[in-house]
Write a protein that binds this ligand. Structure first.
Ligand code: HEC
Ligand SMILES: [Cu+2]
Length: 312
């Protein structure tokens, strides 16, 4: 048995064994009926071979059709509930970034702590992983949490879980990704809250992702257009995360992480209403690590403060 270490692991297992049990029950029922009738109606027996009365046969037909339909609709519903749970992550969850590449997992915590092929999380706290790949498709798979999600290049995918048992668990790449795919493994440490706090403070304290993002924002020239003293007509990015942005040509889009990412890499994709498409693309200039930092900065309250205090 694989350890159950997340809040929905037991439900996934219930679903799995439920499907097994139901399939087994139906197999036994059908199998034994086949056997029973094969013996009863074998050649030479005196069993009654006339037509079944219509009323009886109709009731039997309706009965078994309804019962199996109900059983499978119920299974479908239950599977849908369990299956979508890992994509419904509470807003206040601990957000951790994962960048996959051939053949390792790079992990970045909001406070700037980095790990490779390892992830430390506190027990009982909802975690949201925002993941992307630097090269090919990988898949983040932690059997003990019963979570698996393909990690695609060029976009962010999310997955959530709440670990509920301390311990060390295995992380696998579950999408064949080249020569060392089988070695693209890592360890997930679920720690008590106290141990986690100790672990966290024992790490060398660098700048937070948002602070590093602010430096990049200046160094990459974003301030030249988006800064308070810019001469260019460019949108104010303060508090942009989560806002509904009006687009050129009508319609709105929610400024989530994926939108911010595309705004930086593919600025022509969505043009903000009232602006001209003059923003250069940072494709090939901003690395995945840079993007994580820039977006962390745009999401931080600090980004809004910079603006409100120095606005012209
Ligand atoms: C040459 C000026 C210029 C530079 C440099 C520039 N931008 Fe922009 N940016 C714009 C303009 C103009 C728009 C609005 C038109 C559009 O959507 O492309 C924009 C739009 C955006 C948006 C979407 C804003 C919204 O309201 O939805 C984001 C996010 C953004 N830029 C981030 C950045 C980041 C991060 C950098 C630096 C890596 C940067 N920009 C560099 C001019 C610039
Ligand atoms: Cu891989």
């Amino acid at each position: 048995m694989i350890a159950q270490a997340s809040t929905f692991a037991s439900r996934v297992d219930l679903l799995f064994w439920g499907i097994c049990a139901l399939s087994l029950a139906i197999m036994l029922l059908v199998g034994s009926l086949v056997l029973f009738f094969a013996i009863k109606y074998r050649r030479g027996t005196a069993a009654k071979r006339g037509p079944v009365p219509e009323k009886v046969s109709r009731e039997v037909e309706i009965g078994w059709t309804a019962a199996t339909a109900f059983a499978f609709v119920f299974l479908f519903w239950f599977a849908a509930v369990v299956g979508t749970e890992q994509f419904e992550v509470p807003e206040e969850a601990l957000e951790i970034h994962v960048v996959a590449k051939q053949w390792m997992w790079k992990v970045e915590h909001p406070n700037g702590t980095r790990e490779i092929d390892a992830l430390h999380v506190p027990v009982g706290v909802p975690v949201r992983l925002v993941m992307t790949s630097q090269d090919v498709i990988h898949s983040f798979y932690v059997p003990a949490f019963r979570i698996k999600r393909d990690v695609l290049p060029g976009r962010y995918v999310e997955i959530g879980f709440t670990p509920d048992r301390a311990g060390t668990y295995r992380l696998f790449c579950a999408e064949y990704c080249g020569t060392d795919h089988s070695r693209m493994i890592g360890s997930i440490s679920v720690m008590s809250q106290a141990d986690y706090a100790r672990w966290s403070s024992a790490r060398p304290q660098g700048d937070s992702l948002a602070d590093q993002g602010r430096l990049l924002f200046e160094r990459m020239g974003c301030t030249g257009c988006h800064g308070p003293s810019a001469q260019v007509h460019a949108p104010d990015l303060a508090g942009i995360h989560g806002r509904m942005q009006p687009l050129d040509g009508g319609g709105f889009v929610r400024a989530d992480e994926g939108y911010l990412r595309d705004s930086i890499l593919l600025p022509r994709k969505d043009i903000v209403a009232g602006y001209r498409p003059i923003m250069p693309s940072y494709q090939g200039i901003a690395s995945e690590d840079d993007l994580i930092r820039l977006i962390a900065y745009l999401k931080s309250p600090e980004a809004s403060n910079d603006r409100s205090t120095t606005a012209p």
